[in-house]
Design a protein around this ligand. Structure first.
Ligand SMILES: [Zn+2]
Length: 453
Protein backbone atom coordinates (compact mmCIF):
# COMPACT_ATOMS: atom_id res chain seq x y z
CA UNK A 1 0.00 0.00 0.00
CA UNK A 2 1.39 3.32 -0.93
CA UNK A 3 1.38 6.27 1.46
CA UNK A 4 1.09 9.04 -1.14
CA UNK A 5 -2.14 8.56 -3.05
CA UNK A 6 -2.81 10.97 -5.88
CA UNK A 7 -6.58 10.84 -5.28
CA UNK A 8 -6.06 12.55 -1.93
CA UNK A 9 -4.66 15.60 -3.72
CA UNK A 10 -6.47 15.63 -7.07
CA UNK A 11 -10.03 14.95 -8.11
CA UNK A 12 -9.47 13.52 -11.58
CA UNK A 13 -13.17 13.64 -12.42
CA UNK A 14 -13.76 17.25 -11.49
CA UNK A 15 -13.37 20.40 -13.53
CA UNK A 16 -14.58 22.71 -10.79
CA UNK A 17 -12.70 26.01 -10.65
CA UNK A 18 -9.92 26.20 -8.06
CA UNK A 19 -9.55 29.40 -6.01
CA UNK A 20 -6.45 28.78 -3.98
CA UNK A 21 -5.09 32.31 -3.94
CA UNK A 22 -1.76 32.59 -2.11
CA UNK A 23 -1.94 32.60 1.71
CA UNK A 24 -5.74 32.25 1.81
CA UNK A 25 -7.50 29.61 3.88
CA UNK A 26 -7.93 27.49 0.72
CA UNK A 27 -4.21 27.59 -0.06
CA UNK A 28 -3.26 26.83 3.54
CA UNK A 29 -5.75 23.94 3.79
CA UNK A 30 -4.12 22.29 0.78
CA UNK A 31 -0.67 22.93 2.26
CA UNK A 32 -1.78 21.33 5.54
CA UNK A 33 -2.69 18.16 3.62
CA UNK A 34 0.78 18.14 2.09
CA UNK A 35 2.49 18.81 5.45
CA UNK A 36 0.61 15.92 7.08
CA UNK A 37 1.83 13.65 4.32
CA UNK A 38 5.38 14.94 4.74
CA UNK A 39 5.19 14.10 8.45
CA UNK A 40 3.74 10.69 7.69
CA UNK A 41 6.75 10.04 5.47
CA UNK A 42 9.03 11.00 8.39
CA UNK A 43 10.11 14.35 7.00
CA UNK A 44 11.11 17.33 9.16
CA UNK A 45 8.95 20.28 8.19
CA UNK A 46 10.10 23.90 8.25
CA UNK A 47 8.45 27.16 7.19
CA UNK A 48 10.43 30.30 6.45
CA UNK A 49 9.82 34.04 6.76
CA UNK A 50 7.85 34.32 3.50
CA UNK A 51 5.98 31.06 4.06
CA UNK A 52 7.92 28.61 1.88
CA UNK A 53 7.27 25.16 3.32
CA UNK A 54 9.87 22.42 3.17
CA UNK A 55 9.90 18.77 4.19
CA UNK A 56 13.44 17.35 4.53
CA UNK A 57 14.57 13.77 4.84
CA UNK A 58 17.92 12.06 4.84
CA UNK A 59 18.15 9.09 2.52
CA UNK A 60 20.71 6.42 3.42
CA UNK A 61 23.41 6.66 6.05
CA UNK A 62 26.21 8.46 4.33
CA UNK A 63 26.37 12.11 3.35
CA UNK A 64 25.32 12.93 -0.14
CA UNK A 65 23.96 15.69 -2.34
CA UNK A 66 20.89 17.73 -1.45
CA UNK A 67 18.06 17.81 -3.96
CA UNK A 68 15.06 20.15 -3.72
CA UNK A 69 11.95 18.97 -5.51
CA UNK A 70 9.07 21.39 -5.53
CA UNK A 71 6.57 23.74 -7.06
CA UNK A 72 3.61 25.77 -5.79
CA UNK A 73 0.09 25.08 -4.52
CA UNK A 74 -1.48 28.53 -4.98
CA UNK A 75 -3.68 29.14 -8.00
CA UNK A 76 -5.06 32.04 -10.03
CA UNK A 77 -8.73 33.08 -9.69
CA UNK A 78 -10.87 30.24 -11.11
CA UNK A 79 -7.83 28.20 -12.02
CA UNK A 80 -7.21 24.51 -12.54
CA UNK A 81 -6.13 21.72 -10.20
CA UNK A 82 -2.78 20.76 -11.65
CA UNK A 83 -0.72 23.89 -12.28
CA UNK A 84 1.65 23.71 -9.31
CA UNK A 85 0.54 20.78 -7.12
CA UNK A 86 1.85 18.23 -9.68
CA UNK A 87 5.41 19.29 -8.81
CA UNK A 88 4.82 19.01 -5.06
CA UNK A 89 2.92 15.74 -4.94
CA UNK A 90 5.28 13.99 -7.38
CA UNK A 91 8.05 15.08 -4.98
CA UNK A 92 6.27 13.25 -2.14
CA UNK A 93 5.94 10.13 -4.32
CA UNK A 94 9.68 10.36 -5.07
CA UNK A 95 10.48 10.44 -1.34
CA UNK A 96 8.30 7.40 -0.75
CA UNK A 97 10.14 5.49 -3.49
CA UNK A 98 13.61 6.57 -2.37
CA UNK A 99 12.93 5.51 1.23
CA UNK A 100 12.62 1.93 0.02
CA UNK A 101 16.07 2.10 -1.53
CA UNK A 102 19.24 1.07 0.28
CA UNK A 103 21.64 2.14 -2.41
CA UNK A 104 21.29 5.91 -2.26
CA UNK A 105 22.63 8.62 0.03
CA UNK A 106 21.67 12.25 0.30
CA UNK A 107 18.96 14.64 1.42
CA UNK A 108 15.66 15.25 -0.30
CA UNK A 109 13.71 18.42 0.30
CA UNK A 110 10.14 18.65 -0.95
CA UNK A 111 9.28 22.33 -1.19
CA UNK A 112 6.08 24.33 -1.62
CA UNK A 113 7.29 27.70 -2.88
CA UNK A 114 4.86 30.32 -1.64
CA UNK A 115 2.84 32.62 -3.88
CA UNK A 116 3.95 31.65 -7.39
CA UNK A 117 0.97 33.22 -9.13
CA UNK A 118 0.82 37.00 -9.45
CA UNK A 119 -3.00 37.07 -9.11
CA UNK A 120 -3.19 38.15 -5.48
CA UNK A 121 -0.18 40.46 -5.08
CA UNK A 122 0.57 41.47 -8.68
CA UNK A 123 4.02 39.92 -8.37
CA UNK A 124 4.91 36.31 -9.21
CA UNK A 125 7.21 33.69 -7.65
CA UNK A 126 7.50 35.51 -4.32
CA UNK A 127 8.74 32.45 -2.41
CA UNK A 128 11.49 31.51 -4.84
CA UNK A 129 12.48 35.17 -5.32
CA UNK A 130 12.83 35.44 -1.53
CA UNK A 131 15.16 32.43 -1.53
CA UNK A 132 17.51 33.98 -4.06
CA UNK A 133 17.35 37.42 -2.47
CA UNK A 134 15.31 39.23 -5.15
CA UNK A 135 12.74 39.98 -2.42
CA UNK A 136 13.64 40.70 1.22
CA UNK A 137 11.45 41.17 4.31
CA UNK A 138 11.82 44.93 3.88
CA UNK A 139 9.61 44.59 0.77
CA UNK A 140 6.81 42.82 2.66
CA UNK A 141 5.01 46.06 3.61
CA UNK A 142 5.15 47.53 0.12
CA UNK A 143 3.65 44.51 -1.61
CA UNK A 144 -0.12 44.71 -1.23
CA UNK A 145 -3.11 42.68 -2.40
CA UNK A 146 -4.42 43.82 -5.79
CA UNK A 147 -8.03 43.50 -4.76
CA UNK A 148 -9.35 45.29 -1.68
CA UNK A 149 -11.47 43.24 0.73
CA UNK A 150 -15.16 44.01 1.26
CA UNK A 151 -14.40 46.38 4.16
CA UNK A 152 -12.11 48.37 1.86
CA UNK A 153 -8.90 47.07 3.44
CA UNK A 154 -5.88 46.35 1.28
CA UNK A 155 -3.69 44.03 3.31
CA UNK A 156 0.07 43.83 2.88
CA UNK A 157 2.11 40.75 2.11
CA UNK A 158 3.41 40.84 5.70
CA UNK A 159 -0.12 40.73 7.11
CA UNK A 160 -1.16 37.95 4.75
CA UNK A 161 1.86 35.84 5.77
CA UNK A 162 1.17 36.42 9.47
CA UNK A 163 -2.45 35.35 9.21
CA UNK A 164 -1.59 32.32 7.09
CA UNK A 165 1.06 31.17 9.57
CA UNK A 166 -1.30 31.63 12.52
CA UNK A 167 -3.89 29.51 10.72
CA UNK A 168 -1.29 26.86 9.98
CA UNK A 169 0.30 26.60 13.43
CA UNK A 170 -3.14 26.33 15.06
CA UNK A 171 -3.81 23.25 13.01
CA UNK A 172 -0.52 21.42 12.63
CA UNK A 173 2.18 20.87 15.21
CA UNK A 174 5.85 20.26 14.66
CA UNK A 175 6.56 22.88 12.00
CA UNK A 176 9.81 24.72 12.71
CA UNK A 177 10.13 28.41 11.83
CA UNK A 178 13.36 29.22 9.97
CA UNK A 179 14.66 32.28 8.14
CA UNK A 180 14.98 30.47 4.81
CA UNK A 181 14.04 26.88 4.03
CA UNK A 182 17.45 26.71 2.32
CA UNK A 183 20.13 29.11 1.12
CA UNK A 184 21.08 26.94 -1.82
CA UNK A 185 20.93 23.27 -2.80
CA UNK A 186 23.01 21.07 -5.07
CA UNK A 187 20.09 20.30 -7.37
CA UNK A 188 16.58 21.63 -7.85
CA UNK A 189 13.92 19.78 -9.84
CA UNK A 190 10.36 20.74 -10.69
CA UNK A 191 7.66 18.81 -12.51
CA UNK A 192 4.86 20.88 -14.05
CA UNK A 193 2.02 20.48 -16.51
CA UNK A 194 2.97 21.76 -19.94
CA UNK A 195 0.20 24.44 -19.93
CA UNK A 196 -0.13 23.93 -23.67
CA UNK A 197 -0.85 20.91 -25.86
CA UNK A 198 2.36 19.93 -27.68
CA UNK A 199 3.07 16.93 -25.45
CA UNK A 200 -0.55 15.75 -25.48
CA UNK A 201 -0.48 15.87 -29.30
CA UNK A 202 2.80 13.95 -29.34
CA UNK A 203 1.35 11.32 -26.99
CA UNK A 204 -1.58 10.76 -29.33
CA UNK A 205 0.57 10.77 -32.45
CA UNK A 206 2.92 8.13 -31.03
CA UNK A 207 0.13 5.68 -30.20
CA UNK A 208 0.10 6.62 -26.55
CA UNK A 209 3.77 6.22 -25.89
CA UNK A 210 4.59 8.05 -22.68
CA UNK A 211 6.20 11.40 -23.28
CA UNK A 212 7.63 14.21 -21.16
CA UNK A 213 9.22 17.57 -21.93
CA UNK A 214 12.67 18.46 -20.64
CA UNK A 215 12.75 22.21 -20.12
CA UNK A 216 15.85 23.80 -21.67
CA UNK A 217 15.10 27.37 -20.66
CA UNK A 218 12.68 29.07 -18.25
CA UNK A 219 11.30 32.25 -19.68
CA UNK A 220 11.18 35.68 -18.14
CA UNK A 221 9.20 38.79 -18.92
CA UNK A 222 10.26 42.33 -19.71
CA UNK A 223 7.36 44.76 -19.38
CA UNK A 224 7.41 48.19 -20.86
CA UNK A 225 5.10 51.18 -20.95
CA UNK A 226 5.60 53.84 -23.61
CA UNK A 227 3.98 57.26 -23.72
CA UNK A 228 3.38 59.11 -26.95
CA UNK A 229 3.00 62.86 -27.33
CA UNK A 230 1.52 64.17 -30.56
CA UNK A 231 -0.53 67.23 -31.35
CA UNK A 232 -4.22 67.81 -30.91
CA UNK A 233 -5.86 69.13 -34.11
CA UNK A 234 -9.14 69.11 -36.03
CA UNK A 235 -9.66 65.70 -37.66
CA UNK A 236 -11.41 67.38 -40.60
CA UNK A 237 -9.32 70.42 -41.38
CA UNK A 238 -5.78 69.03 -40.80
CA UNK A 239 -4.15 67.55 -43.92
CA UNK A 240 -2.93 63.96 -43.53
CA UNK A 241 0.74 64.83 -43.94
CA UNK A 242 0.58 67.53 -41.26
CA UNK A 243 -0.83 65.34 -38.51
CA UNK A 244 0.92 64.26 -35.34
CA UNK A 245 -1.53 61.56 -34.31
CA UNK A 246 -0.43 59.78 -31.12
CA UNK A 247 -2.68 56.79 -31.86
CA UNK A 248 -1.02 56.28 -35.25
CA UNK A 249 2.16 55.69 -33.30
CA UNK A 250 0.59 52.97 -31.11
CA UNK A 251 -0.89 51.32 -34.23
CA UNK A 252 2.43 51.21 -36.05
CA UNK A 253 4.27 50.08 -32.91
CA UNK A 254 1.74 47.25 -32.62
CA UNK A 255 2.47 46.15 -36.18
CA UNK A 256 6.23 46.19 -35.55
CA UNK A 257 5.78 44.25 -32.29
CA UNK A 258 3.99 41.46 -34.15
CA UNK A 259 6.95 41.30 -36.57
CA UNK A 260 9.50 41.30 -33.76
CA UNK A 261 7.62 38.68 -31.70
CA UNK A 262 7.36 36.41 -34.74
CA UNK A 263 11.09 36.79 -35.37
CA UNK A 264 11.86 35.93 -31.73
CA UNK A 265 9.60 32.90 -31.88
CA UNK A 266 11.16 31.60 -35.10
CA UNK A 267 14.64 31.85 -33.62
CA UNK A 268 13.50 30.37 -30.29
CA UNK A 269 14.32 33.39 -28.12
CA UNK A 270 10.90 34.60 -27.06
CA UNK A 271 7.65 36.30 -28.02
CA UNK A 272 6.20 39.81 -27.82
CA UNK A 273 2.75 41.36 -27.51
CA UNK A 274 1.23 44.78 -27.30
CA UNK A 275 -1.33 44.21 -24.54
CA UNK A 276 -3.10 47.53 -24.04
CA UNK A 277 -3.31 50.92 -25.65
CA UNK A 278 -5.11 53.94 -24.27
CA UNK A 279 -5.62 57.62 -25.06
CA UNK A 280 -5.47 59.51 -21.76
CA UNK A 281 -7.76 62.54 -21.71
CA UNK A 282 -9.17 62.06 -25.18
CA UNK A 283 -12.85 61.53 -24.12
CA UNK A 284 -13.96 59.61 -27.25
CA UNK A 285 -13.86 62.80 -29.22
CA UNK A 286 -14.24 62.03 -32.96
CA UNK A 287 -13.28 65.48 -34.19
CA UNK A 288 -9.95 65.78 -32.41
CA UNK A 289 -6.64 64.18 -33.31
CA UNK A 290 -5.40 62.58 -30.09
CA UNK A 291 -2.27 64.19 -28.71
CA UNK A 292 -1.57 61.55 -26.09
CA UNK A 293 -1.44 57.76 -26.21
CA UNK A 294 0.03 55.02 -24.13
CA UNK A 295 0.93 51.42 -24.88
CA UNK A 296 1.89 48.42 -22.77
CA UNK A 297 4.20 45.74 -24.16
CA UNK A 298 4.90 42.30 -22.72
CA UNK A 299 8.09 40.64 -23.96
CA UNK A 300 8.76 36.97 -23.20
CA UNK A 301 12.43 36.07 -23.21
CA UNK A 302 14.05 32.68 -23.58
CA UNK A 303 17.54 31.23 -23.61
CA UNK A 304 20.30 33.76 -24.00
CA UNK A 305 18.03 36.66 -24.93
CA UNK A 306 18.71 39.49 -22.48
CA UNK A 307 16.46 42.35 -21.32
CA UNK A 308 19.03 44.79 -22.71
CA UNK A 309 18.90 43.42 -26.25
CA UNK A 310 15.09 43.36 -26.15
CA UNK A 311 14.98 46.97 -24.98
CA UNK A 312 17.37 47.94 -27.76
CA UNK A 313 15.10 46.27 -30.31
CA UNK A 314 12.14 48.15 -28.89
CA UNK A 315 13.99 51.44 -28.92
CA UNK A 316 14.70 51.01 -32.62
CA UNK A 317 10.99 50.48 -33.24
CA UNK A 318 10.07 53.62 -31.31
CA UNK A 319 12.63 55.72 -33.18
CA UNK A 320 11.50 54.45 -36.55
CA UNK A 321 7.79 54.95 -35.81
CA UNK A 322 8.01 58.37 -34.16
CA UNK A 323 9.92 59.67 -37.16
CA UNK A 324 7.13 58.51 -39.41
CA UNK A 325 4.32 59.93 -37.26
CA UNK A 326 6.19 63.08 -36.18
CA UNK A 327 5.40 62.31 -32.51
CA UNK A 328 7.60 61.90 -29.44
CA UNK A 329 7.81 58.73 -27.35
CA UNK A 330 9.11 57.97 -23.92
CA UNK A 331 9.68 54.48 -22.56
CA UNK A 332 9.40 53.25 -18.94
CA UNK A 333 10.56 49.76 -17.99
CA UNK A 334 8.04 48.25 -15.58
CA UNK A 335 9.84 44.95 -14.93
CA UNK A 336 12.92 43.24 -16.22
CA UNK A 337 13.40 39.49 -15.78
CA UNK A 338 16.35 37.45 -16.99
CA UNK A 339 15.62 34.05 -18.57
CA UNK A 340 17.34 31.01 -17.12
CA UNK A 341 19.04 28.31 -19.15
CA UNK A 342 18.65 25.01 -17.27
CA UNK A 343 21.47 22.58 -16.47
CA UNK A 344 22.61 20.58 -19.51
CA UNK A 345 24.05 17.92 -17.22
CA UNK A 346 20.73 17.42 -15.41
CA UNK A 347 18.84 17.45 -18.69
CA UNK A 348 21.02 14.71 -20.12
CA UNK A 349 20.60 12.66 -16.90
CA UNK A 350 16.82 12.98 -17.32
CA UNK A 351 17.11 11.98 -20.97
CA UNK A 352 18.97 8.81 -20.00
CA UNK A 353 16.42 8.00 -17.30
CA UNK A 354 13.68 8.33 -19.92
CA UNK A 355 15.47 5.99 -22.33
CA UNK A 356 15.83 3.38 -19.57
CA UNK A 357 12.13 3.65 -18.76
CA UNK A 358 11.03 3.70 -22.39
CA UNK A 359 9.65 7.22 -22.11
CA UNK A 360 9.98 9.60 -25.03
CA UNK A 361 11.48 12.95 -24.07
CA UNK A 362 11.35 16.21 -25.97
CA UNK A 363 13.51 19.23 -25.21
CA UNK A 364 11.38 22.37 -25.03
CA UNK A 365 11.39 25.82 -23.41
CA UNK A 366 8.96 27.13 -20.82
CA UNK A 367 7.74 30.47 -22.11
CA UNK A 368 5.95 31.00 -18.82
CA UNK A 369 7.94 32.04 -15.77
CA UNK A 370 8.34 29.34 -13.12
CA UNK A 371 9.79 29.00 -9.60
CA UNK A 372 12.74 27.12 -11.11
CA UNK A 373 13.78 30.39 -12.72
CA UNK A 374 14.60 31.80 -9.26
CA UNK A 375 15.35 28.85 -6.95
CA UNK A 376 19.00 29.05 -5.81
CA UNK A 377 20.66 25.78 -6.81
CA UNK A 378 23.99 24.75 -8.32
CA UNK A 379 22.11 22.85 -11.02
CA UNK A 380 18.43 23.04 -11.80
CA UNK A 381 15.86 22.06 -14.38
CA UNK A 382 12.24 21.09 -14.81
CA UNK A 383 10.11 18.59 -16.68
CA UNK A 384 6.71 19.00 -18.29
CA UNK A 385 3.99 16.37 -18.44
CA UNK A 386 1.25 16.35 -21.09
CA UNK A 387 -1.78 18.47 -20.28
CA UNK A 388 -4.92 19.64 -22.04
CA UNK A 389 -7.30 22.55 -21.82
CA UNK A 390 -4.57 25.17 -21.56
CA UNK A 391 -3.89 26.47 -18.09
CA UNK A 392 -5.07 29.09 -15.61
CA UNK A 393 -8.62 27.90 -16.19
CA UNK A 394 -10.74 25.08 -14.70
CA UNK A 395 -10.54 22.98 -17.89
CA UNK A 396 -6.80 22.49 -17.45
CA UNK A 397 -6.23 18.77 -16.96
CA UNK A 398 -3.77 15.93 -17.00
CA UNK A 399 -4.01 12.20 -16.31
CA UNK A 400 -3.11 10.31 -13.16
CA UNK A 401 -0.68 8.25 -15.27
CA UNK A 402 1.18 11.39 -16.34
CA UNK A 403 1.68 12.55 -12.74
CA UNK A 404 2.99 9.06 -11.96
CA UNK A 405 5.24 9.42 -14.98
CA UNK A 406 6.65 12.64 -13.51
CA UNK A 407 7.29 10.85 -10.20
CA UNK A 408 9.08 8.00 -12.02
CA UNK A 409 11.30 10.38 -13.97
CA UNK A 410 12.10 12.54 -10.92
CA UNK A 411 12.78 9.40 -8.84
CA UNK A 412 15.06 7.97 -11.54
CA UNK A 413 16.91 11.28 -11.75
CA UNK A 414 17.36 11.45 -7.95
CA UNK A 415 18.56 7.84 -7.93
CA UNK A 416 21.22 8.66 -10.49
CA UNK A 417 22.35 11.72 -8.50
CA UNK A 418 22.30 9.97 -5.13
CA UNK A 419 23.80 6.70 -6.27
CA UNK A 420 26.53 5.58 -3.98
CA UNK A 421 29.89 5.85 -5.68
CA UNK A 422 31.58 3.04 -3.71
CA UNK A 423 30.63 -0.61 -3.70
CA UNK A 424 30.32 -1.31 0.05
CA UNK A 425 26.56 -1.65 0.03
CA UNK A 426 26.45 -3.49 3.34
CA UNK A 427 27.58 -0.31 5.05
CA UNK A 428 24.21 1.22 4.31
CA UNK A 429 21.45 -0.52 6.12
CA UNK A 430 19.48 2.06 8.08
CA UNK A 431 16.56 3.57 6.27
CA UNK A 432 14.55 6.28 8.08
CA UNK A 433 11.39 4.92 9.65
CA UNK A 434 8.02 6.08 8.44
CA UNK A 435 6.14 7.71 11.32
CA UNK A 436 2.39 7.83 11.53
CA UNK A 437 0.82 11.17 12.36
CA UNK A 438 -2.77 10.11 11.80
CA UNK A 439 -3.82 10.39 15.46
CA UNK A 440 -2.44 13.90 15.68
CA UNK A 441 -4.30 14.94 12.57
CA UNK A 442 -7.66 13.87 14.01
CA UNK A 443 -7.15 15.82 17.25
CA UNK A 444 -6.11 18.93 15.44
CA UNK A 445 -9.07 18.90 13.11
CA UNK A 446 -11.34 19.61 16.07
CA UNK A 447 -9.76 22.99 16.68
CA UNK A 448 -11.71 26.10 15.96
CA UNK A 449 -11.42 27.63 12.53
CA UNK A 450 -9.95 31.07 12.18
CA UNK A 451 -11.05 33.18 9.28
CA UNK A 452 -8.27 34.48 7.10
CA UNK A 453 -8.61 36.82 4.18
ZN1 LIG B 1 2.64 26.85 -12.13
Amino acid sequence: MSIVKLEEFFNFKSQEPINRLAYTKEDMDYKIKVIRKMQELGMDVTIDTIGNICGSIKIGEKPGKTIAIGSHTDSVYNGGQYDGPVGVISGLQTVEELLKSKKHNGTIKVVIYSCEESSRFGNACLGSKYLNGDITPSDFDNIKVQKKSEDGKQITLREAIQEAKKYLHERVQGITEVEKVFDSVDYALEAHIEQYKELAKEYKKNKRQNVIGIVTSVGSAVRVQYDVTGQSDHTGSTPMRKRKNAVDTTALVGKEIIKLGTKYEKTGIGRASQVEISTPGHNRSFNQIPNKAQGLIDFRLLGKNTPDSVLQDFNKILEKVQKKTKTKTEMTVVSKGIPVVTSKELNSTIEKVCIEKNIKSIQMPSYAGQDTGYVPAKKKTMIFIPSKGGSHNPKERTKKEFIELASQVITGTCETILLEKFKDRNAVNIVPKIKSTKQKAVNLKKRQEVRIH
